[in-house]
Design a protein around this ligand. Structure first.
Ligand code: HEM
Length: 422
């Protein structure tokens, strides 16, 4: 078992180390992360699922671990049988046909799939999508603008990424509400009862499989058709691989973006001076502060608290700590991105921050494939909200907000707001 540096009561939540994964931690994990960074930067802990894992919390170590090829993404490397029984909460981990997705594989398989998907999911395709994201954003705001109040999570942050990625993939409009419902089930019960979630995953997978089959005969100007067409030296995605790819694009791009918007608006509410600066700059037709600002919001309170699972393929040493082969390693992006050794005044939100190589999108070969789309959605959502509803404010005391206690993701359950009706 890992030995922690003894801590003084003055600087520690407790001499044993902070309590992780309880209600208080879900609300504000940053004091616990500060303690870990200082006293136990590679810290073995028991997760709520019962699985034991190492948490890596310093920026330099986190960045190194994310790029370390000895840390595999393939759950087959996990020593603990609990994982094989599907207790980790990794969605779809027991579904062999979805196991081939990017976040569960290593080179050379990862290199091959990432190369093929990158030919279809290009920054250019995302750039061409800009006007449509603006339309979707405006349409959602139209839905509540006259009411003077809304729950920004359910009425805005949640549907926007689902509709956006559905449209980009080529899911017909009339079927997009099904995705909304399936995704809703996954987000509501992500860490809870699995029956409904398993059914939703299955329905989504079946639907995507059929859609891919149809698009093979009748391609269109959409991402799924491009995924089917994509080729690299004569190599193509199989239908099963294209299905897994479409699924991971939906899955990886959905709750993350919901929380980028939700956490982002929340951080702006909590930092009125920064928010005012952003509104002034938007009113002047500038985009610079919006662009650095969305990156800063990702660093300051990003949606991905922990990078997805990694497993040691051999015994190794991380920041002086011995890690056995088969041990799971969780890189805590949210802790690394507040490391004072890397960021000046890390607990301060500074939308104009430029030296901001945060790890919110990960690092290395698994670096977020959807970052250009996430940036587009995040920037469009925040700019449009603040411009169309300039006096937007929290409708409940901040202490009443509830955070989802998930493991990988950090986000609000609801975000009630009010504003002058438009
Ligand atoms: C990977 C964050 C939005 C698709 C990742 C990783 C992070 C991340 C941290 C790396 C995980 C790891 O190394 O364990 C985010 C954040 C987003 C976002 C913060 C929103 C603000 C999106 C969107 C899409 C997407 C919109 C696609 C539509 C992916 C995919 C991967 C990935 C496919 C796996 C890449 C690989 O393994 O090669 N994302 N993501 N993400 N993301 Fe995102």
């Amino acid at each position: 078992m890992h030995e922690q540096t003894p801590a003084t009561p003055a600087d520690a939540p407790s001499a044993q180390g902070p309590t992780l994964f309880d209600w208080e931690f879900a609300t504000d994990p940053y004091p616990a992360y500060a303690w870990l960074r200082e006293h136990a930067p590679v810290h073995r802990t028991r997760l709520p699922s019962g699985v034991e894992a190492w948490l890596v919390t310093r920026y330099a170590d986190a960045r190194q671990a994310l790029a370390d090829q000895r840390l595999s993404k393939n759950p087959a490397h996990h020593a603990e049988p609990a994982h094989a029984k599907g207790k980790t909460g990794i969605p779809g981990e027991r579904k062999a046909e979805l196991m081939t997705h990017l976040l569960n594989i290593d080179p050379p398989d990862h290199t091959r799939l990432r190369r093929l998907v990158s030919k279809a999911f290009t920054p250019r395709r995302v750039a061409e999508f800009t006007p449509r994201v603006q339309e979707l954003t405006d349409h959602l705001i139209d839905g509540f603008a006259e009411r003077g109040e809304a729950d920004l999570i359910h009425e805005f942050a949640f549907p926007l990424p689902i509709y956006a990625i559905c449209e980009m993939l080529g899911v017909p409009r009339e079927d997009q509400d099904d995705f909304r419902d399936w995704a809703g089930m996954m987000i509501r019960h992500g860490g809870g009862p699995r029956g409904g979630v398993a059914r939703s995953v299955k329905q989504m997978r079946t639907y995507l499989g059929e859609l891919i089959h149809r698009k093979r005969d009748d391609p269109g100007n959409d991402l799924i058709s491009d995924l089917i067409r994509a080729s690299d030296h004569g190599d193509h995605l199989t239908e099963a691989e294209a299905t897994a790819m479409a699924f991971i694009l939906l899955f990886a791009g959905f709750e993350t973006t919901v929380n980028l918007i939700g956490n982002g608006v929340h951080s702006l509410f909590m930092n009125p001076g920064q928010r005012a600066r952003l509104q002034t700059s938007l009113a002047a037709g500038e985009r610079g502060l919006l662009e650095t600002g969305v990156e800063e919001l990702l660093r300051y309170d990003g949606p991905v608290e922990l990078a997805t699972w990694r497993f040691a393929t051999e015994p190794l040493t991380l920041a002086g700590q011995r890690v056995a082969a088969g041990d799971p390693v969780l890189v805590v992006l949210a802790a690394a991105d507040r490391d004072p050794a890397r960021f000046a005044e890390p607990d301060t939100l500074d939308l104009a921050r430029t030296d901001n190589q945060h790890l919110g999108y990960g690092h290395g070969i698994h670096y977020c494939l959807g970052a250009p789309l996430a940036r587009l959605e995040g920037q469009t959502a925040l700019a449009t909200l603040l411009t169309r509803l300039p006096d937007l404010e929290l409708a409940v005391p901040a202490e009443e907000l509830r955070w989802r206690g998930g493991l990988i993701m950090r986000g609000l359950r609801t975000l009630p707001v009010r504003f002058t009706p438009r």
